[in-house]
Design a protein around this ligand. Structure first.
Ligand SMILES: Cc1cc2nc3c(=O)[nH]c(=O)nc-3n(C[C@H](O)[C@H](O)[C@H](O)COP(=O)(O)OP(=O)(O)OC[C@H]3O[C@@H](n4cnc5c(N)ncnc54)[C@H](O)[C@@H]3O)c2cc1C
Length: 469
């Protein structure tokens, strides 16, 4: 029987497994990841009660073939028995529900897969190295255990970002202070000694929103200053579409993807965004129209165009793309008016201090500098998606040995955008080693959210089944 090994136990692993279990030829699937991260990783396992999905439930099914599967799951839960289905489709439920959904669905899929001869083995472990031979792949875990399979899919997903203060602490000992928090998804924040000194959140995206809500729910009432290098702040979901300005979104998307260069696309984007702004309609309408074409657009661009996009537009794109539920946005706005939450455009230059307070030095676009005395400083720069680092242990060693390479933009590993096979140093797609999720970012750019990964997982399962090793 064919053996396939998946490194990672988050959404990518679950989505791929559920698709593989629908394939007619039985196989044995190993899924190997630290147990605490099975069925959801940091996104869906560790979520606090007030942490919500940032995509509507109606678009969070794990199966592209059954778009409302997650809503069906929610409808079966006692907590939602009084909520009309139409309302659930558009709701942003707490993220913990998503972890429960993934666990239930993969368990069901394993049961029905077993009836046609498939088997799945979940292994609690951290893979430290991988060796692809001629017809098999061997992995080694950090406890020395080894496993062999015909093929391997690496889906190691979100990794912690290096804190923005890594190179600017006045003394290296400061990094051990509990009030300097590198991991924003910790269960409990230390309570500030001084209730009046602000908390500084470095980053102003969705991780900042999670952290802000967690601080408030833990009774930390200090004013909060959220820093953004580009002066951007989260936007709300508005469900706006281009129809609101009399444009057919489908035709617009088709037209946009046919344009030959980034320059032409930018001109059309700028014109459309101006029209939307004039009419007070969210730029979300533009993003929604081209969303399904983003991977194709990315593949058309030259490396220089991709670099240009990353330098000048990616931050703005991310803010429009990753939005917050309207009610959470309203809370943030209200707190902004009360000066409980302050957005500030600034760049961190250094941190000094002691166990009870930190001095955060900042520089500003106009060349000026300033400082904030802070009671707590939290890294809210979000998961790191750049590069293959030692955190991606199974690939890292092989890249260092020169067998595989990082992609041209340094986001993940060089991989074939159609088969998701890692490229050998010869440029040939590997027949044994594949990637899914954020490691595919260099090849396809938008590869980290559920609506993207579920489609990629489906494609990968089909192509693996079509060409047994
Ligand atoms: C806080 C947060 C909230 C999010 N909310 C949403 C949302 O609402 N909607 C949405 O569409 N997307 C959301 N996302 C995007 C999210 O990245 C994806 O939805 C999804 O979690 C990605 O799944 P993944 O399996 O690729 O990665 P992960 O969930 O990060 O899983 C990676 C897995 O690999 C394992 N692993 C890593 N290294 C090794 C190793 N060496 N050996 C063995 N195992 C290893 C990890 O332990 C983990 O099990 C969110 C992301 C974050 C961080």
């Amino acid at each position: 029987m064919q053996k396939l090994l998946i490194i990672g136990g988050g959404f990518s692993a679950v989505a791929l497994t559920c698709q593989l279990l629908k394939q007619p030829i039985p196989q044995h699937i190993y899924i190997i990841a630290p147990k605490a991260t099975w069925f959801g990783g940091i996104a869906y396992r560790c979520a606090a009660r007030n942490h919500r999905l940032n995509v509507v439930a109606g678009n969070m099914s794990l199966y592209p073939q059954h778009p409302h599967d997650f809503v069906n799951f929610l409808c079966e839960q006692a907590e939602f028995s009084a909520t009309p289905r139409e309302e659930l489709l558009k709701s942003f439920v707490e993220r913990r529900w998503y972890g429960a959904y993934l666990q239930q669905r993969v368990t069901q899929a394993q049961r029905s897969g077993a009836s046609v001869g498939h088997s799945v083995e979940w292994i609690d472990g951290q893979v430290s190295s991988l060796q692809a031979h001629l017809t098999s792949v061997q992995i080694t875990c950090s406890n020395g255990e080894q496993l062999e399979a015909n093929r391997v899919v690496i889906a190691t997903g979100n990794k912690p970002s290096e804190p923005p203060w890594a190179n600017c602490l006045e003394s290296p000992d400061l990094k051990h202070l509990p009030i300097l928090v590198s991991n924003p998804w910790i269960a409990k924040f230390p309570h500030p000694v001084d209730q009046n000194l602000p908390v500084v959140l470095i980053g102003a995206g969705l991780t900042m929103v999670d952290t802000y809500l967690a601080l408030r729910s833990q009774g930390i009432g200090n004013p909060v200053i959220a820093l953004s290098r580009k002066g951007l702040a989260p936007l709300p979901h508005s469900f706006a579409t281009l129809t609101d300005i009399g444009v057919n979104p489908h035709e617009f998307g088709e037209q946009f993807v046919r344009l030959k260069s980034l320059k032409q696309q930018l001109l059309l984007a700028a014109r459309t965004l101006r029209t939307l702004a004039k009419q007070g309609i969210s730029p979300e309408a533009f993003v929604a129209a081209i969303r399904e074409h983003v991977q194709s657009i990315w593949r058309q661009w030259t490396i220089a165009e991709k670099q240009q996009f990353m330098r000048h537009l990616a931050s703005r794109w991310n803010v429009i793309r990753h939005r917050v539920p309207g009610d959470i946005y309203a809370t943030l706005q209200q707190d902004q008016q009360l000066r409980r939450l302050i957005y500030q455009q600034a760049r961190l230059t250094s941190i000094s201090g002691h166990a009870e307070a930190l001095t955060v030095q900042l520089s500003h676009n106009n060349g000026s500098t300033s400082q904030i005395e802070a009671s707590l400083v939290v890294n809210c720069t979000g998961p790191s998606r750049n590069g293959v680092t030692s955190v991606d242990a199974p690939l890292f060693a092989e890249i260092k040995r020169g067998r595989y390479q990082v992609d041209a933009l340094g986001f993940g590993v060089a991989a074939d955008p159609k088969s998701f096979a890692v490229l050998e140093h010869t440029g040939e797609p590997s027949k044994l080693v594949y990637v899914l999720g954020s490691l595919l970012r260099g090849a396809l750019w938008e590869t980290t959210a559920v609506p993207d990964i579920r489609v990629l997982a489906h494609q990968l399962a089909d192509s693996l089944a079509a060409k047994p090793a």
